[in-house]
Each structure stands twice: as C-alpha cells, then as structure tokens.
Design a protein around this ligand. Structure first.
Ligand code: ZN
Length: 173
C-alpha cells in the first residue's frame, strides 16, 4: 500500500485517506493538486523558523495577576508564557485577561496567574511548517502559539507574525 505525506504536518497517511490521521487537515484535494498560488506553495514549504519567532516573555505560576498585566502593557506584548522550573505550563493572553478577569481585574490583582492561564497550551516546533501553524491556529482559535526547539521553549508566534509573512510573500509576487 502506498502512502502520502501530509503537506501540513508531514505525517504519513494511507493513500486515499480524506483527512490526515495526525492533524486532521483535508488531504483529498491538497495531495493531488498544484498549489493555487505561489504564496500557498510558500506556506507549505517554509518552516516556522522563517518567521523568526520572538523570544517569549515568561512569568512564574505564582506571579500576581497585577504584575503580569503590567508586564504585558510595559512590553507591548499580547501574551506571556507561564514557566515552572524550566517547563512551559501555561500561556496567559490578552484574550484570557478579557474573558477571565474582565471587570473583576482590580479585585484579582494579587491572585496567582496560574488561576487564569490556559494550562497545557498547544505547542509547535521551529521546523514545523507555517501552513501547519495556520491550521492549528484556525482549528483551536489560538492567536499565539509557543514554539519549542528540541523540546525547550524557544519563542512564540502570533497571527500577526503570519500575516506579516503573508504580506511579504504577496508583495514578492
Ligand atoms: Zn497532517
């Protein structure tokens, strides 16, 4: 039986499968057709390292909410990584601030950020494809994804990074 590689995550799938068994991307059309545009081809070829993932801002799980919010504002960042003893345990984003703190924020400033972070976030590796990152963001509704290099937290990418990449590719024609 022949197999095809998923163009998104590079997992091996049995020929004729409609959906990648590893990442759920639709394979029927993708595996057979030529990418519709050069930008699409770029997305399926380039890897996350090409986005130059930003160094992540990190906080400890017991960091008070007030300190974390101040850090996000001061550094102009949309999310922080929550790291415990060198391990990524969660992510706290503007979205979490809006959804979980909202107007209660002033009362919660001394609470540990671990109460409001999203634990066990989805991560990607620097050598995953940009198309795969887009697929993950789309599927999970994520705006930020932590990036690992050899299993260790190395950076973070945002939807904005991908949009910047796309805009550059479109301009390059
Ligand atoms: Zn896949």
């Amino acid at each position: 039986m022949s197999s095809i590689l998923c163009p998104y995550c590079e997992a091996e799938n049995i020929e004729g499968t409609d959906e990648c068994q590893a990442c759920g991307a639709a394979l029927t059309d993708l595996s057979r057709r030529i990418p519709a545009s050069s930008v699409e081809a770029d997305l399926l070829r380039d890897r996350i390292e090409r986005l130059w993932p930003k160094s992540p801002s990190t906080v400890a799980p017991d960091a008070p909410v007030g300190d974390v919010l101040k850090k996000m504002v001061d550094e102009g960042i949309g999310c922080v990584m929550v790291v415990d003893k060198g391990e990524l345990v969660g992510i706290f984003s503007e979205r979490d601030a809006l959804m979980k703190l909202n107007t209660d924020a002033p009362k919660l400033l001394n609470h540990p950020i671990s109460q409001f972070m999203t634990p066990g976030p989805v991560t990607l590796e620097t050598n995953d494809k940009i198309a795969y990152a887009l697929h993950k963001m789309n599927l999970g509704g994520y705006r930020h994804i932590p990036i690992l290099f050899q299993g260790k937290l190395a950076g973070v990418i945002s939807i904005r990074d991908i949009l910047r990449y796309l805009t550059e590719r479109i301009a390059a024609g």
